[in-house]
Design a protein. Sequence first.
Length: 121
Amino acid sequence: MPFKKGVTPPGAKVFEKGKSGNPKGAPRKLATQLKHIGYSKGEAAETINVMLAMKIDEVREIYENKDSTILEKTIAAALKRSLEKGSLYTIDTLLSRSHGKPAESVDMTHTMIEQPLFPEN
């Protein structure tokens, strides 16, 4: 049954005017968290590069060390979650933040077909 404009179906939850339907919003991405904490792009990139080259035990030590910086703990926690899930998403995100995304290209060449567009009957 299609909805009609201006008519609220029975049982529907109506948003209050001026209030968001998603007050908490989307969760912050890792790069946004680091920037919010106050780290520069260069500091984050350098720390990411060093930590991505570490062994799992070394990352675990950083995660558990009370003297680690927030930047180190944040990256270590992200790597830990990624490894537990068996996901490469965080590692891909960290690499793209520290090294930039690889250039993508699209091949726009095509071959003309030697057939008339509107064939005669």
